[in-house]
Write a protein that binds this ligand. Structure first.
Ligand SMILES: *[C@@H]1O[C@H](CO)[C@@H](O)[C@H](O)[C@H]1NC(C)=O
Ligand SMILES: *[C@@H]1O[C@H](CO)[C@@H](O)[C@H](O)[C@H]1NC(C)=O
Length: 484
């Protein structure tokens, strides 16, 4: 924690006032830590070197020609937890509809990538559960499988979101399988023998099939799964399970992958779903289960978190896609630029998409499981006052939307230079994309407490310049090269 986070005042559902224009004009939109700008139109960059006056200056460059093309963007979004579903469903119908529309359409953040929790996570109300608890008794035939009230509510929420965002990609991740499938027999409560009982390895594979089919029956196609959230995190205080790297590769290769395919499911399986400090883990999974896995999921919680690991990983595995699938935002422990940092870093390092933890909570960072272990200070991008029936977009929402609203799915990230952060965390970072319509998006994260006059040169031969507001993320929309 470096700075107290800024809590923004309640935004109206139509906080976004500007309109993205089409044609050969440039535009800028900004969101700032002081809340003055919230996806607001800001002074557009001009062609040439402009008029910096006595502002601080900064230079960026991008390669917007074919030699600069990097990865393709698949989307941005956040985690839909049981907490998210419960608090969104506590809104009056009109408020709920307005919120989902802001999140899932171009009227707002245009999120197109969501991760949902397969049964309980720590951001579920008590008690924790799976989709086949069977009173703790072994259920070899999985005949007690059922989504339950919370699973049904989750599937309905995802269906409503998908209806608003037809290009939505959904990832599902379990925090634990049913307790009876584990050596310790419990979904949570002990780290002793907190591992899969391989006597039930085939049931473990079938559990994913039943889950995917149950969601399909509710109208929700799940595009990808990870087999275990944070497989190196064993914690007694909430559902977890420890899975070794070679164990994970084997389970996918021998059980989960074949079970999905035998059921006619083309759901992708993403490796790992944990921190950047153990890249040998996903490498092992890819090596053992390459028939089923070509994507790696990363979290941000390593004490030496380094998004450069994704570039190293890409260089070792050039055809593998990578996603930042979890990083938290908090009212007390993360700075205003937390979401910008965890979106910018992966994008600069071959990441295809980014998902925040978590989409929605109530005003007390919940509901979450009780006891020690569950995150009790994870604040959603959106918070809901469940008694008043109102919602508030937090600063983290705006910082993510500065990317998601302006970088369409299918955009290609461009190589660039000029990003730099000091150890004090001040600095200026940038990422640019070439969009399917030929236009270009440049996202600039200014972590200086002063305005900075930025000059961008493009390999296609243009220069663009403009002011970037203090402590803000400012997004430039540039027309196609040569069009202006
Ligand atoms: C900073 O740049 C802007 C945009 O060109 C200009 O309007 C403003 O006067 C400059 N500020 C200073 C202090 O020179
Ligand atoms: C890339 O491969 C090299 C050589 O095998 C290895 O030392 C390095 O750790 C790998 N990097 C990542 C991020 O996996």
């Amino acid at each position: 924690m470096r700075f107290p986070a800024i809590t923004l005042l309640a935004a109206t559902p139509l906080a976004f006032a500007g309109h993205i224009k089409h044609g050969p004009t440039s535009q800028a939109f900004a969101s700032s830590s002081d809340g003055v700008y919230k996806l607001s139109e800001y002074s557009a960059p001009v062609k040439g070197t402009g008029s910096p006056g006595s502002n601080s200056t900064w230079s960026l460059s991008i390669d917007d020609t074919a030699s600069g093309h990097k990865q393709t963007v698949k989307g941005f979004g956040a985690a839909v937890t049981d907490a998210t579903v419960a608090v969104f469903n506590a809104l009056p119908a009109a408020q709920r509809a307005a919120l989902l529309s802001q999140l899932m359409t171009s009227a707002g953040a245009n999120f197109a990538l969501l991760r949902h929790t397969i049964a309980s996570s720590d951001l579920s109300a008590d008690p924790s559960y799976s989709y086949d608890d069977n009173g703790g008794n072994v259920d070899t035939s999985l005949s007690s499988f059922n989504l339950g009230d919370r699973g049904n509510a989750m599937a309905s929420m995802l269906a409503d979101m998908k209806a608003l965002q037809p290009e939505l990609t959904i990832l599902g991740s379990p925090w634990s399988p049913p307790g009876w499938m584990k050596l310790n027999g419990v979904i949570q409560g002990t780290t002793v023998n907190n591992n899969l009982n391989h006597a039930y390895a085939s049931q473990y594979g079938e559990y994913f099939v039943k889950y995917l089919q149950a969601y399909q029956a509710k109208g929700v196609n799940i595009d990808a799964i990870t087999i275990q959230n944070e497989p190196l995190n064993s914690n007694a205080g909430f559902p977890t399970m420890y899975v070794y790297a070679d164990e994970s590769g084997n389970l996918i290769q021998q059980n989960v992958g074949p079970a999905l395919r035998a059921a006619g499911l083309d759901t992708a399986i993403w490796a790992y779903d944990h921190n950047t400090d153990v890249p040998s883990y996903p490498q092992t999974v890819l090596n053992e289960a390459s028939q089923y896995v070509n994507t790696v999921a990363w979290h941000c919680y390593a004490s030496n978190n380094n998004w450069g690991v994704l570039t190293d990983f890409h260089n070792n595995n050039t055809n593998v896609e990578q996603y930042m699938t979890e990083c938290w935002t908090s009212s007390s422990y993360t700075p205003w630029y937390q979401a910008a940092d965890f979106t910018m870093g992966p994008l600069q390092n071959w990441g295809n998409g980014v998902m925040a933890w978590t989409l929605g909570t109530d005003n007390s960072d919940g509901p979450h499981l009780s006891g020690s272990g569950p995150c009790d200070s994870c604040r959603g991008l959106v918070t809901v006052d469940t008694s008043a029936g109102t919602y508030t977009f937090q600063v983290d929402y705006y910082m993510m939307a500065q990317f998601s609203k302006f970088i369409p799915r299918g955009a290609v990230v461009l190589s660039g230079t000029g990003s730099y952060s000091y150890s004090s965390s001040s600095g200026l970072e940038s990422v640019a994309t070439l969009n399917p319509d030929g236009s270009r998006t440049v996202v600039i994260e200014n972590k200086f407490a002063n305005n900075v006059y930025v000059t961008l040169t493009t390999k296609s031969g243009e220069t663009w310049s403009g002011l970037v507001y203090a402590n803000s993320v400012t997004t430039w929309l540039l027309p196609a090269a040569g069009a202006a």
